[in-house]
Design a protein around this ligand. Structure first.
Ligand code: MN
Length: 416
């Protein structure tokens, strides 16, 4: 696969996240306009509501783009998803006869505000990178018991909160919580002192399953509408005190950030790759008959207040032990109903090397090995005023399929 040329010239740059090959879906507004569906192309946004109103794009009789979410498009199903992509490829390709009709409906990204691209039905977060699970297990339980006995058999997850999933650019308030300080006799309530990020990929489920039914991995893969970057903000001190025996609760409930553009499986198709060799063969219901992971380069940047951004970690989505399709299959395996708009977090993505870790907990090894930033500051965890940014793209030959960024700036806790 190589760059597909567009008449939108900024989409032909090898550095843009949004060439014609990508066509990710978002929600935007300009000025006082209503938020509506848009597609990123180079440094522009294609106004889908305007295209629909002009009769240039249609997915049936109902208007589906004049809405501040993509859920209605999702619910039309996979045939509609591919029809939409094919129509957009046709309209935006170099030499398209429709260029003069479409061009008036492009809006400069710099003039637009981006919003949540979907109404998130429910949020489930997994724990599916072996290096991350091993690192965290080593810190919390010791090297002997690092990987729990179920880990190589089940994509472990917990039910998170959809109510606090926010779009990139939303400020994040440092949470308050119940903490057990080292050597304290009793717990206390106060601001989190070990605020962390988790670098993840979020999978957005596009179609539903009935309660009581199961799906196989291929069916699950076909149900995924797209992928976003996801930062599962985590309060490590609250988590360490509360997590046994039911897993994280308030430590994760206060905020989750996602990137504004939904990158489709169709755009990522050239970058499919397989999950790693299995130490134990998986049970038949979890077996994949095709590559279900993607080769996506990922990075974490930190920018202290008033300082410059620097990259503190680089890893790749291909480090996962379980794919999103396997996670979705497992999620529905008891008969749990899945809905359009469900968001599944991959789990923190860490590689084998220290600089490939997707959390500060691992990068600073639980605060024992603070990082030194370019401005001389040290960091074990996120400080007030820090802006944390996730970036990601799949690298093609002379082009990239990018996710844009997923950023959040941390504000001080409200203590009173
Ligand atoms: Mn997580």
């Amino acid at each position: 696969m190589s760059l597909m040329k567009s008449w939108v010239t900024s989409a032909n740059s090898p550095d843009t996240d949004f060439p014609l090959n990508n066509l990710p879906y978002g929600v935007f507004s300009t000025g006082a306009d209503e938020a509506r569906c848009g597609v990123a192309i180079g440094d522009q946004i294609l106004d889908m509501a305007a295209l629909e109103a002009a009769g240039i794009v249609s997915l049936g009789t109902e208007a589906v783009f004049d809405l501040p979410f993509w859920n209605d498009v999702m619910e039309l199903g996979a045939d509609a998803w591919s029809a939409l992509r094919n129509r957009l490829l046709q309209l935006l390709a170099s030499g398209a006869p429709e260029q003069s009709l479409v061009a008036p409906h492009l809006i400069a990204m710099t003039d637009a505000q981006l919003h949540m691209p979907v109404v998130v039905s429910e949020f489930t977060d997994f724990y599916a990178s072996r290096h991350h699970a091993t690192n965290v297990g080593t810190m919390f339980r010791g090297a002997q018991n690092a990987l729990p006995p179920n880990w190589l058999h089940i994509p472990i997850g917990y039910n998170g909160r959809a109510s606090t999933v926010v779009v990139s650019g939303t400020d994040i308030r440092r949470p308050m919580g119940q903490l057990m300080e080292l050597d304290a006799a009793m717990p206390s309530f106060g601001p989190c002192k070990r605020l962390d990020i988790e670098l993840e990929i979020g999978a957005i489920v596009g179609t539903s399953t009935e309660m009581g039914t199961r799906i196989n991995v291929a069916q699950a893969d076909a149900m995924i509408f797209g992928y976003v970057l996801l930062n599962d903000w985590s309060a490590r001190d609250i988590q360490a005190w509360e997590y046994q025996p039911l897993g994280p609760f308030q430590a994760k409930a206060f905020a989750t950030s996602i990137s504004p553009w939904i990158v489709t499986p169709a755009a990522l198709a050239p970058f499919r790759t397989s999950t790693p060799a299995r130490e134990h063969e998986l049970l038949p219901y979890l077996r994949e008959d095709a590559p279900m992971l993607f080769d996506i380069d990922l990075a974490v940047d930190i920018q202290p207040q008033g300082g410059t951004a620097e990259t503190i970690a680089r890893t790749n989505y291909n480090e996962m032990y379980y794919s999103a399709a396997q996670q979705l299959t497992h999620h529905a395996s008891s008969g749990c109903a899945m809905n359009a708009g469900d968001l599944l977090g991959s789990g923190t993505i860490s590689g084998p090397e220290k600089h490939q870790c997707g959390s500060l907990l691992e990068l600073s090894w639980g605060g024992k090995e603070p990082m030194t930033l370019a401005n001389g500051d040290t960091r074990s965890f996120v400080e007030d005023g820090d802006t944390m940014t996730l970036r990601g793209h799949a690298q093609g030959d002379g082009y990239r399929v990018g996710f844009g960024t997923c950023s959040g700036t941390v504000l001080p806790a409200i203590v009173t």
